[in-house]
Unconditional design. Structure first.
Lengths: 418, 192
């Protein structure tokens, strides 16, 4: 018989309890000497957001300062590093503006090129030659903020670092990710970053679809784990949409990190989508089980994929994430234990013979003679190969536990406890 | 006031008990810190583990959290949610740890196995359960499951603590449990 949710939880709790180390002695030592770093503690839950706000303002000022610095000093740096011209790493920024920056081995800019019209606007007249990549990226992101490319509805930046030395690219990726993350907090921005090596096949794919190498690499990572999606379709999506899909589909790919949440302001939101679905199905939210919601991509549209079980029927819906129209739905007869014990079609067949929950409750009411009670719960379970309804309810301090045969409706056991 | 060792012996609600502990800690009472530690260490450690995802860092976070509680207890304002306060500190400490190490998702297999093989602790089966479980689910799912299963938080309270909607928490929780069931069954660590 398969594990129940409570068993999984109990197993986990037990494991944590048994593996929790005893470090109280060390804590006491540190409390005495006040050793080590003590982290900022929120005064109360409501005040947590406050220090963050202050940081945002500082980040904003820092961004404009860095941009000014680049404009003023770009030429001087260029003079100092003119001799160092071989490309060691590439840094790519994609929002909608797409910019590619070539770096020498000291992480200083050899040249920065716009890959699209918006990129030209962002590069403006900045002379980034010779500046350290930190400063250059700071200036470029500052410019993207200024021109409104990172805003509430599309808040994602894709950062890609390409090079031969993967340790070096990974380090640069993390450093840049941190500083970009800080810089765009004022816009509630999000970063998705990756480190890459050169790949001729991927480069060709990028060129064929007229997207940057970084964006192509991200699309490919989504497709690798969702083979039903097509490169051409995903290549048309914005970075923000790709970032959303990446997060929602829980894609885990080596070298990819995400920070902040991609904006779903253009979409109706999971809550609303769920309400649409429930209204369509004519079901109350409190009655559904095993709810899962996921953003997905279907026939060129971003959709909410919503699944749940109600009264032994599995419902699956696809809702257009932009306008909330239901574009697909299916229902499959199954029972609530299918999800639990995975016996699949066998229990699905069995469920057709089951009496309804309402009928089981009627039987319990008739048996106990009680029709006024509190906290009634009913759950289908499999016990020694027999499907039973477990019915529990309270009358005052007393708890009633019933087991009813789910097929015959016979009362198998009735217990009263405190 | 001398505190009983366990919340269950105090015959008062755990929230009230923990708040009493925190008030006493604010007056420099290390005994109260010990009592609070004994009662909440599992929740703090489990939650920390779900964020930092390796036992050494989780152990550090466990320490950091209680040192912070000791030094910050005077600033605690009674809102009837001491566990949320404690776990917020744990979360901040864990995130700080991650930011310092600057790695979030790239836990190598070596580190995962280190959870399972750590000689400092006895039971290898439990370590295996944890390593397997945490590897199978996302960090966010891990936090939700730990908060529910180990810290005893209600889904609504988890939503509040993690700033997520209730249905998101329910959805992620169900998805995580499905995955956990699958891996635990495959790895044959069925509850007896």
């Amino acid at each position: 018989m398969s594990m129940r949710s409570e068993e999984v939880e109990a197993k986990l709790k037990d494991a944590v309890e048994k593996t929790t180390p005893d470090v109280f002695e060390k804590i006491l030592e540190r409390c005495d000497g006040h050793q080590g770093v003590v982290y900022a503690v929120p005064q109360n839950m409501a005040e947590q957001a406050r220090p963050r706000k202050r940081k945002r303002r500082i980040a904003h000022v820092a961004a404009s300062l860095a941009a000014a610095l680049v404009l003023a000093l770009g030429g001087v740096f260029a003079y100092n590093t003119l001799s160092n011209n071989s490309v060691d790493m590439l840094v790519m920024l994609d929002v909608n503006p797409s910019i590619e920056i070539k770096l020498n081995k000291n992480a200083r800019v050899i040249e920065a090129n716009a890959r699209n019209q918006e990129g030209i606007q962002i590069l403006d007249n900045m002379d980034l030659k010779g500046t350290h990549i930190d400063v250059a990226v700071n200036a470029l992101v500052g410019s993207m903020l200024k021109y409104g490319y990172i805003k509430e509805s599309t808040n994602s930046i894709l950062l890609s670092v390409e090079g031969m030395d993967t340790d070096k690219t990974a380090t640069l990726q993390k450093n840049l990710m941190d500083s970009i993350g800080l810089q765009i907090t004022s816009a509630n921005g999000a970063v998705i970053s990756q480190n890459l090596t050169a790949d001729a096949a991927l480069q060709k794919l990028a060129d064929d679809h007229n997207v940057s190498y970084g964006k192509a690499a991200l699309v490919q990572k989504i497709i690798d784990q969702n083979s039903h999606l097509a490169f051409a379709d995903l290549a048309k999506l914005s970075i923000n949409e790709l970032n959303l899909l990446f997060a929602s589909k829980h894609i885990e790919a080596a070298g990819v990190e995400q920070q902040g949440s991609a904006s779903d302001a253009n979409y109706i939101g999971e809550e609303k989508a769920l309400q649409k679905v429930l209204a369509h199905a004519g079901i109350e939210q409190t009655n559904i089980q095993y709810l899962t919601m996921e953003l997905d991509f279907e026939d060129g549209l971003i959709v909410y994929d919503i699944e749940f079980t109600y009264n032994f029927v599995e419902y699956e819906y696809e809702v257009n994430a932009v306008d909330g129209n239901i574009i697909g739905s299916s229902q499959e007869k199954a029972d609530s234990t299918t999800a639990q014990d995975g016996t699949g079609s066998q229990s699905a067949q069995a469920s057709e013979r089951f009496i309804s929950e309402a009928k089981a409750i009627e039987i319990v009411e008739a048996h106990s003679g009680i029709r006024t009670y509190e906290h009634l719960t009913i759950e289908l379970d499999k016990d020694d190969g027999t499907y039973i309804y477990e019915v529990e309810f309270h009358v005052g301090d007393k708890e009633y536990d019933y087991e009813v045969d789910a097929v015959t409706g016979a009362v198998i056991s009735a217990e009263i406890g405190d | 006031m001398q505190l009983p060792a366990l919340a269950s012996e105090a015959q008062i609600k755990p929230e009230v008990f923990y708040e009493t502990c925190i008030r006493n800690i604010a007056n420099g009472d290390k005994n109260a810190l010990g009592v609070l530690y004994e009662n909440t260490k599992t929740a703090v450690y489990g939650f920390a583990l779900s964020i930092v995802r390796n036992s050494q860092d989780a152990e550090d976070v466990l320490q950091d959290t209680f040192v912070s509680i000791y030094t910050a207890a005077h600033s605690y304002k009674s809102l009837g949610k001491p566990m949320a306060w404690i776990l917020t500190i744990a979360r901040n400490s864990a995130l700080m740890k991650l930011r310092r190490k600057k790695h979030i998702a790239d836990i190598s297999d070596i580190e995962w196995n280190a959870i399972a093989d750590d000689p400092a602790h006895v039971s290898s089966e439990e370590r295996l359960v944890l390593a397997t479980a945490l590897r199978a689910i996302t960090p966010e799912e891990g936090q939700i499951v730990m908060l529910h299963a180990v810290a005893g938080f209600k889904h609504r309270e988890i939503a509040e603590l993690l700033s997520l909607s209730l249905s998101t928490v329910l959805s992620k929780y169900n998805r995580a449990l499905k995955k956990l069931k699958k891996v635990l069954e495959v790895n044959n660590v069925h509850a007896q």
